[in-house]
Write a protein of this length. Structure first.
Length: 84
């Protein structure tokens, strides 16, 4: 882990059957591609972010929106808290 990258990268694990899994903090996770790649059948790849399974299109959208503040830390997200 270097000073630029505060978080550890995902670990690549290869299972006995040839399946490749990318794991981060004990959960399937990969920003760069599918987190679970079964041996021989590319159609069954699974996309996960922090252990949450996504469709390929949903993963692409989440990846596109990964920079910036989460919705609950933005001005719009806090507006609902100040109403009462």
């Amino acid at each position: 882990m270097d000073e630029k990258n505060k978080f550890q990268s995902s670990k690549k694990l290869t299972k006995a059957d040839g399946t490749i899994a990318y794991v981060w903090e004990g959960k399937l996770h990969n920003w760069e591609g599918p987190a679970l790649i079964p041996e021989g059948d590319n159609r069954k790849r699974e996309y996960h972010i922090h252990g949450i399974k996504y469709t390929e299109d949903g993963w692409k959208e989440a990846r596109r929106n990964r920079e910036g503040l989460p919705w609950y830390k933005t001005a719009m997200g806090q507006a609902g808290q100040n109403r009462n």
